[in-house]
Design a protein around this ligand. Structure first.
Ligand code: XMP
Length: 497
């Protein structure tokens, strides 16, 4: 009944996730017994198989911190100067509480002139010299400042700040921060967070803690590296200047580096892999992107610790149309995984994920993690401001190969070089406001567990074993795809009686 994967994928078709469907297996365990812990690379383990894309509308510090706190990982994009990218890595790793603020420091003699002084944070921290390195003496929140009687607002901060010298440590988790607020009582709304060397690196708002309490349980202790900090990845290219970028990133504590290329099987990437392995033997390295077994074989031989799979399957990609190369993502993941598993190199299924079923398919077809762009874009943690479009809150989401993205930070790399005209391989769009990834990723993960349970797999290893033994799948006809989605309904509106 159904096709063995090796038979289905040898027929000469390029299948996307939507083209295929698995036949259910036998359920012998409850859904909560499904364990999604996995490997990103040979040496990096994660507790959930979710990775955020290195795109400038997806992963900067806020997303990277949240993804790591959830047990996944974020890869900081490289469409900015190296020191800026390194600062994102540092900020993401600075402490474990998953919501990032942007603290403002002032000295006790400073005065606040307007609400604009609170532009990047609802709380101003007062330290002896007005910087993060000197001793903390108090704080004032935007709300408290607005409530001051007229005439007092212009006074030096020392006259009205809330005197407080306490802070929480960089490795405090949610429960320790809750304890801090409980001990301080209802008048204290902010908890300053100290970095490793005692400087104040951030501030946690009581409101953020309350928000998190209402979310589904965060999935575990987060992805913590050997340095005790949250793990963060970063993307680089294969140019000479990327060696300098890499140095910045390594100093900032990046745990893994992704060589970001749409066609990774190149002399440039192979030479870069060899350089990195020689220079930073301890650093885990993800190569790609690849979609064929021979591409994968070349990068595995060059020494990668993980492989990123996908070409033209992303929601904003036009590579397949512009360059006539690529592969349907289900076929690509299956084919590359079948060779990568022989060398125990984990595969990251990159692009084309728009629902939990796609994640189940990617993982069952051999991937160890999925990398997502559009699925995570439009969240509170993605970079950029919300806009209102046709009455809906949206955020910009753009391909890194779009002309707009290339013009932004990479004009020196692309358009500035007039001898090489760059051809766009991506588009710019917008995605709807999704709220926080801290809220919707746990729901998605639960749905993925249910999918694996239906297949009879209690872990990713089980799923990969099934792929080689009893898993059977079929191609869905166009009508089957329609039948598998919501159909035959008219829109339903609640009528007031
Ligand atoms: P999703 O479907 O998750 O895809 O939005 C994200 C992935 O798409 C790739 N990417 C691009 N591919 N042109 C492309 O052909 C582009 O401009 C582009 N930008 C991103 C990338 O692999 C990402 O993780």
């Amino acid at each position: 009944d159904g096709f063995k994967p090796e038979n289905l994928f040898r027929q000469g078709y390029s299948y996307t996730y939507d083209d295929v469907i698995f036949l259910p297996g036998y359920i012998g365990f409850p859904v909560d017994k499904v364990d999604l812990s996995t490997k990103l690379t040979r040496n990096i383990s994660l507790s959930i198989p979710c990775v955020s894309s290195p795109m400038d509308t997806v992963t900067e510090s806020s997303m990277a911190r949240a993804m790591a706190a959830l047990g996944g990982i974020g890869i900081i994009h490289s469409n900015c100067p190296p020191d800026e990218q390194a600062a994102h890595v540092r900020a993401a790793k600075a402490h474990r509480f998953p919501i990032l603020s942007n603290p403002i420091f002032r000295s006790p003699s400073d005065r606040i002139s307007s609400l604009d002084d609170f532009a990047t944070s609802p709380c101003i921290l007062v330290t002896q010299s007005g910087d993060s390195k000197s001793k903390l003496i108090g704080y004032i929140s935007q709300f408290q400042w607005m409530e001051l009687p007229d005439g007092s607002k212009e006074a030096p901060l020392a006259d009205y700040m809330v005197s407080s010298v306490d802070f929480v440590g960089w490795d405090s988790d949610l429960s320790q921060i809750v304890e801090y607020f409980d001990a301080k009582g209802p008048k204290v709304d902010f908890a300053p967070v100290a970095g490793r060397s005692g400087e104040i690196v951030d501030v946690v708002a009581r409101a953020d803690v309350e928000t998190l309490r209402g979310y589904p349980r965060l999935l575990g202790g987060g992805s913590v590296g050997p340095d005790g900090e949250l793990m963060v990845g970063a993307a680089i290219g294969t140019r000479e200047s990327d060696k300098v970028r890499l140095e910045h990133l390594v100093k900032a504590g990046a745990n893994v580096v992704v060589l970001d290329s749409s066609q990774g099987n190149s002399i440039y990437q192979i030479e870069m892999i060899k350089y990195i392995k020689r220079t930073y033997p301890e650093l885990d390295l993800i190569g790609g992107n690849v979609v064929t077994m021979s591409q994968a074989d070349n990068l595995i031989k060059a020494g990668v610790d993980g492989l990123r799979v996908g070409m033209g399957s992303g929601s904003i990609c036009t590579t397949q149309e512009v360059c006539a190369v690529g592969r349907g993502q289900a076929t690509a993941v299956y084919k590359v995984s079948s060779i990568a598993s022989q060398s125990k190199v984990p595969v990251i299924a990159d692009g084309g994920i728009s629902n939990s079923g796609h994640i189940v398919k990617a993982l069952t077809l051999g991937a160890s993690t999925v990398m997502m762009g559009s699925f995570l874009a439009g969240s509170s943690e993605s970079p950029g401001a919300y806009m209102v479009q046709d009455g809906r809150r949206v955020k910009k989401y753009r391909g890194m190969g779009s002309l707009e993205a290339m013009t932004k930070g990479s004009d020196a790399r692309y358009l500035g070089d007039t001898t090489k005209l760059k051809i766009a391989q991506g588009v710019v769009g917008a995605v709807a406001d999704k709220g926080s990834v801290l809220k919707f990723v746990p729901y998605t993960v639960q749905a993925v567990k249910q999918g694996l349970q239906d297949l009879g797999a209690a872990s990713l290893q089980d799923a990969h074993d099934l792929l080689k033994s009893t898993l059977r799948l079929e191609v869905r006809t166009g009508a089957a795809q329609v039948e598998g989605g919501v159909h035959g309904l008219v829109s339903y509106e609640k009528k007031p009686f």
